[in-house]
Design a protein around this ligand. Structure first.
Ligand SMILES: [Fe+2]
Ligand SMILES: [Fe+2]
Length: 294
């Protein structure tokens, strides 16, 4: 036999665990439906934008769209490792995580098709740094889990996915995009969706931090790979931001490169400090620290 028992037919679910709390939150907040969005005002706004403004929105959308597809496609090996370890509460939460990434991919493609109505090849906007992270580092770190499920491989995958891709890039991109749209009172339905999407992302990052701090508490040696991964990917991640801005003499919507970079670095530093703080901490301490964040 491949298993000798089920947790839910013996001790039950640990509903006080952090992953179950995230799962409860996801069931309340993560159920918005991209298909329900009424884009009529957004279509009007799009029609009034200058070609330069449309170009910037398409560029950002192409980064978001590719990124959401990447995280949808690349998450499964991590879920499989968690399932194999029998961590049922974490896997229950991760079902919402994957569903939400799929929904984000769905949302951006609806925006492209129904608001921009473009048939352009959007990957033309993917510069070298973007390719390094989304075409290479992310799938590589996650696919490595298919043959290596060690704590070190898990930490590398989660640092790449949750700390760099979600924590530095997605969160920063959505924050700045949302702020710029709000400041200019544009694309109201898109803005609303980005708001929901941001909330979903904050749970994903919270899970990643929980996973990394759990790994750190059980295996002190994963610290090195967390640090190396952050050090290797920080420059290309910031490079994605400067690549995007380098195409405009005056960036539309009053968007400012420093704002993006500072926000990304601030989020990274905050998480780095959290990870450092939890080296050698007990699981109870980690749980308490994680709960402070949600
Ligand atoms: Fe997402
Ligand atoms: Fe995410």
């Amino acid at each position: 036999m491949l298993r000798d028992t089920f947790q839910t037919t013996t001790s039950g679910l640990n509903r006080n665990s952090f992953p179950m709390k995230l799962y409860e939150k996801a069931k309340r907040l993560g159920i918005w439906n991209p298909t329900d969005i009424d884009f009529s005002q957004d279509v009007e706004d799009w029609g009034r934008m200058s070609p330069e403004e449309q170009n910037l929105i398409l560029r950002l959308t192409s980064l978001f769209q590719g990124g959401e597809e990447a995280v949808t496609l690349d998450l499964l090996p991590l879920i499989q490792v968690i399932a194999r370890e029998g961590r049922i509460e974490e896997e229950i939460y991760l079902t919402t995580f994957l569903f939400e990434e799929a929904k984000h991919t769905d949302f951006f493609r609806r925006f492209v098709d129904e608001v921009t109505k473009t048939s352009d090849e959007l990957s033309q906007f993917h510069d070298d740094n973007y390719k390094l992270i989304f075409y290479q580092a992310l799938p590589e770190a996650l696919q490595a889990l298919q043959t290596d499920q060690s704590p070190i491989a898990q930490a590398r995958a989660s640092t790449t996915y949750n700390i760099v891709v979600e924590g530095m890039l997605a969160e920063t991109g959505y924050h700045a995009y949302f702020t710029a749209l709000e400041r200019n009172d544009l694309l109201p339905s898109t803005r609303k969706a980005i708001w929901s999407l941001k909330q979903d992302e904050s749970r994903h990052i919270a899970y990643g931090l929980y996973l990394l701090t759990r790994l750190l508490s059980e295996h002190e040696e994963v610290w090195e790979v967390i640090e190396t991964t952050i050090n290797t990917l920080t420059m290309p991640a910031l490079g994605i931001i400067s690549d995007a801005f380098s195409h405009y003499e005056v960036v539309p919507f009053g968007l400012n490169q420093d704002e993006f970079v500072n926000y990304a670095m601030m989020q990274l530093q905050k998480r780095y400090a959290r990870l450092q703080q939890s080296r050698g901490a007990s699981l109870e301490d980690i749980q308490a620290l994680a709960e402070e964040e949600i």
